[in-house]
Each structure stands twice: as structure tokens, then as C-alpha cells.
Design a protein around this ligand. Sequence first.
Ligand code: C5P
Length: 226
Amino acid sequence: MKRTAAVIVAAGSGARFGGPKQFALLGGRPLVEWSCAAFQAHPRVEDIILVLPETAAGAEYLRRFPKIRAVAAGGPRRQDSVAAGVSRLDERRTGVILVHDGARPLVSAGLIDRVIEAAEKRGAAVPAVPCRDTLKEIDGGRVVRTLDRGRLGRVQTPQGFASALLRRALAAASAEGISGTDEAALVERLGEEVAVVSGDPENIKITTPLDLIAAEAIRHENRTGI
Ligand code: C5P
């Protein structure tokens, strides 16, 4: 039986946050630790690679989260950081690789389960939640067209892939000089199908300080059961 691994990418500069958000505190704990704890606790995840900025110290994470096999240094683009993490996994022994944003601290065990299951069956899977706003294509300050909201989804992480497929997608993007904002986009480019599972509205990505306040509220609500 092949192993299931998670690559947690937390090597961004946090430009929109105003600093390295992966170390901002949520409930007294650095953001990145929330994701480490979620995958550490998940019974189906066996190996974790944590990707941090080159300057960050990793020894403490290795000690505190026993499933973390390596702390890798990230690259300039997100997909470089993902590639750095994937390269630290054993190609022959790994079945599904989950790629998770270190900036999504509130990922649930149920969501991880759904993504693993779909990635095992279909080769690639992403979680999505419905779009609440009406989305328009805009060019030069004018609306080009209104998109059909019913057919659009806001995609989250973890995204799950068969290890060989993810490696192929990253290698092809690198060879062709293509950048994607998520790994699924690189798989789609290969003409491969990406399955969609139900996402979790509480699995928000911390992009600005306001998101941190929302995460704090979600955490509080869950803890008190309100
Ligand atoms: O910038 P964005 O919020 O989309 O980043 C999503 C995740 O990717 C974050 O957890 C961030 O730390 C990570 N990232 C990275 N390396 C980069 C850019 C982003 O690990 N070069």
C-alpha cells in the first residue's frame, strides 16, 4: 500500500498581509502550526513535508510534529515551493500527495478525507465552495461579460493528486515556463480530469489581517458550539 503525504506550503512573503503571515498568531499559535497539527492528527496522512522561507528555522517543527519528514526551503513562486516539497518525497512509495496552503489553518479532518478519497479514485481532486458574489470579466475599466455564477466555484486546498501526475504537471509547467495559481491548473493543462469535492466555507485562506479576525471568530464559534 502506497503512502499518503501532505506538502504544506508556507514560504510566501505575505505581501498582501503586510509581512510573513505564516507566523502570525491565531489563538496564540503561529498560523502554520495549525495546518501541521491538522495533518499530523489525520490518521490517513503518513508523511508531511513543510515548506518554509529559506531563512526560517525548521528544527522545532521536526521535533514537535513527528510526521514531518523534512522542512524544505521554498522558492519565488508558489509552484516552486510545491516542487521543492514534492522533491523531498519518495517517488516509489508515495501514492497521493495533498498540497495545502499553510495559510488555511482551519482545515477539517472531514475535508482531508474527502480529498484523499477522490484523489485515490480519480487521480486529481480539489475542494470548492459556491461563489456568493456575481462575477464579471472586466477589461480596461469596463465589463466584458457576466459569468454564470452557478457554474463557478471558489477552490480551496488541500488539493490531492496521484504522485506521478503531480510530478508530471510540475515538470511540464517548468519546462514550458508556465505559472499557475494552484497545482490543479497545471494538471488541467495536461488535459487530465480534476474531480471536485465539497469544500468547507470555514476553510478560509488568511490573506489580509481581516481574515485573521474572521478565523478567530470561526474558531471561537466552533469551540463554544454557538
Ligand atoms: O499567496 P497565496 O496566499 O496564494 O499563497 C498561498 C500559500 O502558498 C501560502 O501558504 C504561501 O505561504 C504559499 N507560498 C509559498 N511560496 C511562494 C508563494 C506562496 O509557499 N513563493
